[in-house]
Design a protein around this ligand. Structure first.
Ligand code: SF4
Length: 370
């Protein structure tokens, strides 16, 4: 059964779904599908004696297959989907006089913060689901087709750096056809516990590739794990070129600058797009108050509730000093450096999804219905 851990003050209750996941893995009538978020891969290795911050995605895929997961997909794939949709939404708002600034929607703690603290800005929040939400909706829909589903029910498990993702999975506006898409959310710390339970010597595992058709994301998808990543991926998407010089120029535009509030502008088709990237809710509050008072004007605001972004999420191993934080950030940027495809719209799995079974279902599967 499920084990519930309650906060002594009763203010929060965080469920651990590990037991339910083990039960699903043991059930032959259930297809258990995993998705692994970008920030998870750089925070697991050091628990098993590997260097801090090194991406161990290939080993995570291997260990999940050994645990019995039928499919292991990569949330960087659906981060690409998020950028496809969010950049289209952004351009639509710019060109057609929609609500600006556009506020990013992939961090559930931030979305909740807007609802509570800045309700006048609710309509500014992008309607895009988060990468977790998009992946689960697409996977569930894919296996609803009888030739893919083969009579099994599908249980979707997401491995996240984040405790707020548990709440996001329960948010009815993120359901498809009235049903929850993400069945269980397992944090990085819980994943480490699950790996320990198996007794497998993680450090020695070979790397395995994620499964097709949802197992491949671009470099733009992987940088979602750090603050500024979403924005950088959007700028890449909007840039007409993809050569090295263009990518370097984008990286230097201010989006990777030090600090928890970064302001900069990027030229786009004769206009200057004004951007603010902030992490940490206290910083988000500062930014929003300035926007509210008219002191500052932006077209796009990216907020991550955790300072430095998801690499420092509430579901990540907590003993993280400066060295660990920097190593995780570096690990994410390295994962981008080694990826051949840098832009979501150049990911062949993304283009074939849009041309294939996603056609006509984009709104239903990829957007919140708030
Ligand atoms: Fe979760 Fe923090 Fe990432 Fe927001 S920034 S999605 S709260 S880990």
């Amino acid at each position: 059964g499920q084990c519930r851990v309650f906060c002594p003050t009763g203010a929060i209750s965080i469920k651990s779904d590990k037991d339910a996941v083990w039960d699903a893995l043991a059930d032959p009538n259930v297809r258990v599908v995993a998705q692994v978020a970008p920030a998870v891969r750089v925070a697991v290795g050091d628990a098993f004696g590997l260097p801090k911050g090194r991406s161990v995605m290939g080993k995570i895929v291997n260990v999940l297959h050994r645990m019995g997961f039928d499919e292991v997909y990569d949330t960087t794939f659906s981060a690409d989907l998020t950028i496809m949709e969010e950049s289209a939404e952004f351009l639509d708002r710019v060109k057609n006089g929609g609500k600006l600034p556009l506020l990013t929607s992939c961090c559930p703690a931030w979305v909740k913060f807007v609802d509570n603290q800045f309700p006048d800005f609710k309509e500014h929040v992008s309607t895009c689901r988060s990468p977790q939400g998009m992946m689960s909706a697409v996977v569930k829909e894919y296996f609803r087709e009888p030739e893919n589903g083969k009579g099994k029910t599908t249980v979707m498990v997401s491995f996240m750096p984040c405790t707020a993702k548990k709440m996001e999975a329960e948010r009815p506006d993120s359901y498809t056809k009235g049903e929850k898409d993400t069945d269980y959310v397992i944090t990085t710390t819980e994943l480490i516990e699950m790996i320990r339970t198996t007794g497998i010597y993680f450090a020695d595992l070979d790397s395995e590739a994620s499964d097709i058709p949802f197992g491949f994301g671009s470099g733009g998808g992987v940088i979602f794990g750090v603050t500024g990543g979403v924005t950088e991926a959007v700028i890449r998407r909007l840039a007409p070129d993809h050569d090295k010089a263009t990518l370097e120029e984008i990286a230097e535009c201010g989006v990777r600058r030090e600090g928890f509030i970064r302001e900069f502008s990027v030229p786009y088709e004769g206009m200057e797009i004004k951007v603010c990237v902030a992490s940490g809710l206290a910083n988000a509050k500062k930014v929003m108050e300035q926007v509210q008072s008219g002191e500052k004007e932006y077209h796009l605001i990216e907020i991550m509730a955790c300072r430095r972004g998801c690499i420092m999420g509430g579901g990540q191993p907590r003993l993280a000093g400066e060295r660990t934080k920097n190593a995780r950030t570096q690990g994410i940027y390295n994962a981008d450096s080694v990826s051949v495809v840098k832009k979501c719209n150049e990911n062949p799995m993304i283009t074939s999804l849009y041309e294939g079974f996603l056609k006509g279902k984009e709104h239903e599967l990829l957007h919140n219905h708030r």
